[in-house]
Design a protein around this ligand. Structure first.
Ligand code: GLP
Length: 277
């Protein structure tokens, strides 16, 4: 058994340990956790810019990453962070979905990040919810190819759904799955129903990067905040790898951090940490 608490020069609040190959970092407040991830992203962007290279980011939607995006906007405005060398691939989109609809992830990303920074619109990729059903398979393969052509994702940001989904990879998803059309679980649709004005108006389907797509990313940072995420965080970190909790597939990756606030971490047991990564 190792003692989980480690010092951190910048933040006395942070507690970190490794379990099942996942580095768990727990902050007192979601704001500090978000700023830490934004700082890592900014550092990666700057490092790549210094080398004359692009930085390929995998981005997520939902309420959880909003504060990361807000901090990136602040860094752009106040600390000269340019996103001109950034290429982004979003995880998922409802299907069907018009880009200008209130619930569209295109609109979400524009409002929460892209409209406020200097990223080139040509460098933004979000699964297209307007593709016709007969073209979806071909479209999903093109999305995979575009990620590979860009050189693969340097850092993938993830949230987590109450079903343990990452992107929209619901229970039953395969570890090697790639970008595809999926059916959403009732729990996920219930959580989304408030945005759509009721369950009956909530889409049944979505396009999502696959688990295999996510696992090809060089770094993965999963954020979860709040008590309502604590049970699924516990199962994801401490449970065995299983398709019933797709986030457990992250155990095998090698460079995954779960960045949590203390509420989301409240059901974890640091005393069962791995001795070494
Ligand atoms: C949706 C998104 C996921 C996100 C999840 C959690 O299902 N497709 O990528 O992780 O919601 O959302 P929130 O961050 O609002 O809890």
């Amino acid at each position: 058994m190792i003692q989980p608490t480690e010092k951190n020069d910048d933040n006395d609040d942070i507690v970190q340990w490794v379990r099942n190959g996942i580095a768990v970092r727990v902050f007192g407040e979601a704001a500090d956790a978000s700023n830490s991830v934004a700082a890592e992203i900014a550092s990666l962007i700057r490092q790549r810019a210094d080398d004359g290279e692009q930085c390929i980011l995998g981005l997520a939607t939902g309420s959880t990453p909003v504060r990361v995006y807000r901090e990136l906007i602040r860094l752009h405005r106040e600390e000269n962070l340019s996103m001109k060398n950034v290429v982004t691939f979003n995880l998922d989109e409802y299907f069907p979905m018009k880009p200008n609809a209130a619930q569209s992830y295109v609109r979400f990303m524009n409002e929460q990040l892209f409209d406020h920074v200097d990223i080139s619109p040509d460098n933004i990729h979000i699964p297209d919810g307007t593709v016709t059903p007969d073209r979806v398979t071909e479209y999903c393969q093109q999305y995979e190819d575009a990620i590979d052509t860009a050189g693969g994702i340097d850092l993938q940001l993830l949230g987590i759904g109450r079903t343990g989904h990452v992107g929209f990879n619901e229970p039953g998803s395969e570890q090697a799955s790639t970008t595809r059309l999926v059916r959403l679980c009732e729990i996920t649709r219930t959580d989304a129903a408030k945005d759509f004005g009721g369950l009956e108006k909530t889409p049944q389907l979505a396009i999502t990067m696959g688990v295999g797509t996510i696992l090809r990313s060089r770094r993965i940072r999963l954020l979860a905040f709040g008590e309502h995420k604590s049970a699924i965080v516990e199962r994801s970190v401490q449970g065995a790898i299983s398709d019933s909790v797709p986030a457990t597939y992250l155990h095998d990756h090698g460079n995954v951090e779960f960045v949590l606030d203390s509420a989301a971490a409240s059901k974890l047991n640091p005393s069962t940490a791995d001795v070494s990564h």
